[in-house]
Each structure stands twice: as structure tokens, then as C-alpha cells.
Design a protein around this ligand. Structure first.
Ligand SMILES: [Zn+2]
Length: 270
């Protein structure tokens, strides 16, 4: 077989191999956007992983057990969790407030939320705190971690496939470059931005249903962008859309969110 045929055969093999892995993965439909995606883990696997990470984080942190900050976060989490509806009812929600300067908050798969006290002063009011908590809870509901895990698995499968091909080093590099470039610019990066946009949109709906003014989301993200002069926490660092893009997208979804907010029986409640 000549080099060219071998190259084509290897590429075909990789496509079949990766395609099989993709189509045998579990399919998931986002309850808020109706978009479907494939995920690496089952819901129960996610919940187990989420719980294990949660316990690890808590065992290594100073967790607040009471006080106004603790009560504030728990109150908001409860209202947001109720606002996630049927999708969130499958979760065993739990929330902890960690005494730390870190400007951060996250929600692990299965609904385990951690809020660092460092982010509390960034939120001027409950609606702004609900913005970031709703965004993080949306990542968990949308199973973004499990989706990202599948992408990594597929990228690894592609690389392994290319390496298995019986080709010369130069062709191996050629294929890996194609796949690498694809993984970097074609699949993984835009996907992450998609996840961020999706979490923003879902979070906006959650806060509106929970009776928090969705317009405060714009104020919160603007404040967040100014925090630390570019020293943003990991979750917000690289993949988050530029602030203008974020504000534009939020503004697009605002009429719908405002409509939900005006009808929310929780509006105006402390
Ligand atoms: Zn995010």
C-alpha cells in the first residue's frame, strides 16, 4: 500500500472509532433549551463523583455553619433549586459556604454547591448573588462536566487511533496536527463558550422564576469583570465570553426573563 492510501485508511479508521464512541454515549436533552448532547457518564455516576468532590472540598475548607452570610446563601440556593423544576428535582441539592478570600462559586454534578465568602461582596444584592449561583447550578443541570468529559475521551480516542495506524512518523504528525487543530479550534473551544452561554441563559430563567430581578445579572457580570483586575477565579478565567458579548446575549433573553419575573409569586420576597 502506498503512503497516501495508508493515510486515508488511517483517517477513516479514526473516524469510525471516534464515531462509535460518540454514538454509543448517552444522549441528553437540555430541559430549558431543548438542545441535545452526548454525555460520558450516567446521572448516578455524576452524582457519585459530585458528592465525592464535594466532601473532599469541604474536608479541606473552613465551612461556615451559621451566621448571616450562611443564611443568605442557603435561602437563595433553596429558591433557585425550586426554580430548576423537574430536572433539578432529581438532584440531592446541598450548599456550603466556605470562609475564603477566593472570589468563586461552583456547583458540582448532582447539585452540590459551594460558595466562597470572597464572592459575596461582589454581589451587591441577593439578585446578583442569585446570578452567579443560578449560572453554576445551570452547568450541573445541563451536565456540562459530563459533556466535556466525553469530548476529552473522543479526542484521546482520535489520538490513539492515529498512533495505532501503521504509518511513518511524519504522517502521524500530520494526522495529529489535523486532529489537534480540530480538537482545539473546531470542537472544544466553541463548545465551552456554548456551555457558558447556555449556563447564562438558564441561570437567567432560574433567577427570574425564583423572584430575583433578572436585570441585576448584567450589573453582576460587569462587577465581576472588574474584580481583581483580570485575576479571575478558575471557573471564570479563560472560557467566559467577553463581557460585551455576555451583556448582549443577556439583553436578548431579557424580555422573556422579565416576563417570567413579573409573574413570579416570589417577587419582592426577602
Ligand atoms: Zn460558567
Amino acid at each position: 500500500m502506498d503512503n497516501r492510501s495508508r493515510l486515508i485508511l488511517t483517517i477513516l479508521g479514526v473516524i469510525v472509532f471516534v464515531g462509535y464512541q460518540y454514538f454509543s454515549a448517552e444522549k441528553f436533552t437540555n430541559p430549558e433549551t431543548g438542545k441535545s448532547a452526548r454525555v460520558a457518564l450516567s446521572e448516578s455516576q455524576e452524582a457519585r463523583l459530585g458528592l465525592a468532590s464535594y466532601q473532599k472540598v469541604l474536608s479541606e475548607s473552613r465551612v461556615l455553619k451559621s451566621g448571616p452570610e450562611h443564611d443568605r446563601v442557603l435561602r437563595i440556593a433553596k429558591r433557585l433549586a425550586d426554580a430548576t423544576g423537574e430536572a433539578g428535582s432529581k438532584f440531592q441539592w446541598a450548599v456550603s459556604v466556605v470562609d475564603s478570600k477566593q472570589v468563586n462559586a461552583f456547583c458540582l454534578p448532582g447539585g452540590k454547591i459551594v460558595v466562597y465568602t470572597g464572592i459575596l461582596p461582589v454581589a451587591e444584592n441577593d439578585a446578583q448573588l442569585a446570578t452567579v449561583m443560578g449560572h453554576e447550578m445551570a452547568h450541573a443541570i445541563a451536565r456540562h462536566g459530563s459533556q466535556r468529559m466525553l469530548q476529552t475521551k473522543l479526542a484521546n480516542a482520535a489520538i490513539t487511533g492515529a498512533q495505532l495506524g501503521t504509518m511513518g512518523l511524519e504522517q502521524q504528525r500530520e494526522i495529529l496536527a489535523v486532529i489537534g487543530a480540530g480538537a482545539q479550534y473546531g470542537v472544544i473551544l466553541p463548545f465551552s463558550r456554548d456551555h457558558e452561554n447556555e449556563a447564562d441563559y438558564m441561570g437567567l430563567l432560574y433567577m427570574a422564576r425564583a423572584g430575583y430581578d433578572p436585570q441585576e445579572s448584567v450589573n453582576f457580570w460587569k462587577r465581576m469583570a472588574r474584580v481583581g483586575g483580570g485575576q479571575k477565579p478558575p471557573e471564570f478565567a479563560s472560557t467566559h465570553p467577553s463581557d460585551e458579548t455576555r451583556v448582549r446575549r443577556l439583553t436578548e433573553a431579557m424580555p422573556k426573563a422579565l416576563d417570567i419575573y413579573r409573574k413570579s409569586p416570589l417577587r419582592g420576597q426577602p
